[in-house]
Ligand binder design. Structure first.
Ligand SMILES: N[C@@H](Cc1c[nH]c[nH+]1)C(=O)O
Length: 394
């Protein structure tokens, strides 16, 4: 290879975050970390990669095609974590086995998934998320949703809506209908991708009764406020779907207590793309972004796969998606300029280092010139780089 002709590229679906964006990311992450900790959540950091078996144990086999895999020296398959929910379940089931429940954990980290890359959807991306482990019932789910609302507000976003669904509603319908496992997967896929035409085709090719087909066809249209829940209740007769609707009504009541219900709409067509959800699921949308910027839900069977049966619920928010939404809505994440530039006349470096030490101690962001220069040159640099103050040592 001729070195001179080599144009270095970064891998598909990855991005460099340059100083401005990196700074904004840090500001938003810092605010979220403080928020989560005010709600009693503790941070955890887990390895960037896990054994592939761990990932499939928690997330199911379907995740395989989205996972970046490689091998260790013993030829075991490793996987870059596609999300943090499974690694946290692993930690809870091993290191935290003896801890009293519930456990409240949060994370700020990168995750990796093979995706069609586009703005706001990369193969490596950053998430801020929480997991509430060992808590069944609507109180835990309402806490999660209320905290997701607070997270949006804390990051500076005010124009957003939460779609709240319940996968047990559709699971109840599936169980009742006698759809084959394969057709169930197909129906779910069309719902995840919101492909109504595809859904119609799958249903037409199945051997469902006409009335069952009609109900399935309606599910993606079941969104709205409490009156929609009542209408859905009349539409179904099976216990599981009705219990799912009761659960949503209970969660909604608690959300009213948190004062966040105005952000929430029911949407029974939401089933999310991970297979591990078992109860309420939700997604957060904001104008100008074609995909949810936050999502989560209840996953009561994952911890059992790791040998410690326990209910759990949580969510994750996409940091880049949040930054994109803020930018598209003209909301400023204030990035302060630099504070002090210390320049020096030839021979005064030692003194300049002393001065820099003092300024940094007081918390001011201080940059030290690395070569001596004239005062005029120092003034020019300080102006161009936007420093608030110039110290010139002569
Ligand atoms: N891990 C999920 C979000 C989630 C956290 N807890 C439950 N769900 C995701 O990446 O979308």
């Amino acid at each position: 290879m001729n070195r001179n002709n080599y144009v270095p590229q970064i891998p598909y679906g990855t991005r460099d975050l340059l100083p401005r964006e990196a700074k904004q990311k840090r500001i938003v992450e810092g605010a979220l970390a403080e928020l989560f900790s005010r709600w009693g959540y503790d941070e955890v950091v887990t390895p960037t990669f896990e054994y592939m078996e761990t990932i499939t144990l928690g997330t199911g086999n379907a995740i395989q095609e989205h996972v970046f895999k490689f091998f260790d020296k013993n030829n075991r398959t490793l996987a870059l974590r596609p999300d943090m929910t499974t690694p946290i379940a692993r930690v809870a089931a091993t290191r935290f086995k003896e801890r009293p429940l519930p456990l409240r954990l949060f994370y700020l980290t990168n995750v990796f998934r093979h995706e069609q890359a586009q703005a706001g959807r990369q193969c490596e991306f950053y998430q801020a998320g929480i997991e509430l482990l060992g808590a069944p019932g609507p109180a835990a789910d309402a806490e999660i949703i209320a905290l997701a609302v607070e997270a949006m507000l804390e990051a500076g976003l005010t124009n957003f809506q939460i779609g709240l669904g319940q996968v047990a509603f559709i699971n109840g319908l599936m169980a009742e209908s006698g759809l084959t496992q394969r057709d169930q997967q197909k129906v779910k896929y069309t719902m995840v991708t919101r492909d109504l035409v595809g859904l119609g085709e799958v249903l037409a090719q199945s051997d469902l009764s006409q009335s069952a087909r009609e109900i399935f066809q309606q599910v993606p249209l079941l969104h709205g406020r409490e009156d929609m829940l009542r209408a859905a209740y009349r539409l179904v007769t099976n216990e599981q779907s009705r219990a799912a609707l009761d659960n949503l009504a209970d969660i909604h009541k608690l959300l009213t207590g948190y004062g966040v219900e105005r952000y929430v709409n029911f949407d029974l067509g939401i089933i999310r793309d991970f297979d591990y959800y078992t109860g309420m699921v939700f997604e957060v949308y904001t104008p100008g972004l074609g995909f949810p910027l936050c999502g989560g839900g209840r996953y009561d069977t994952m911890l059992a796969s790791f040998g410690v049966p326990n209910p759990a619920t949580g969510f994750a928010l996409g940091i880049e998606r949040m930054l994109l939404a803020l930018e598209r809505q003209g909301i400023d994440v204030s990035v302060r300029g630099k504070d002090v530039y210390i320049a020096w006349a030839e021979g005064n470096l030692a003194e300049a280092i002393e001065a820099a030490k003092e300024y940094r101690k007081t918390g001011r962001r201080t940059e030290l010139a690395l070569a001596g220069c004239s005062k005029t040159a120092a003034e020019k640099t300080a102006n161009e780089q936007g420093y608030e103050e110039l110290i010139y040592i002569e």
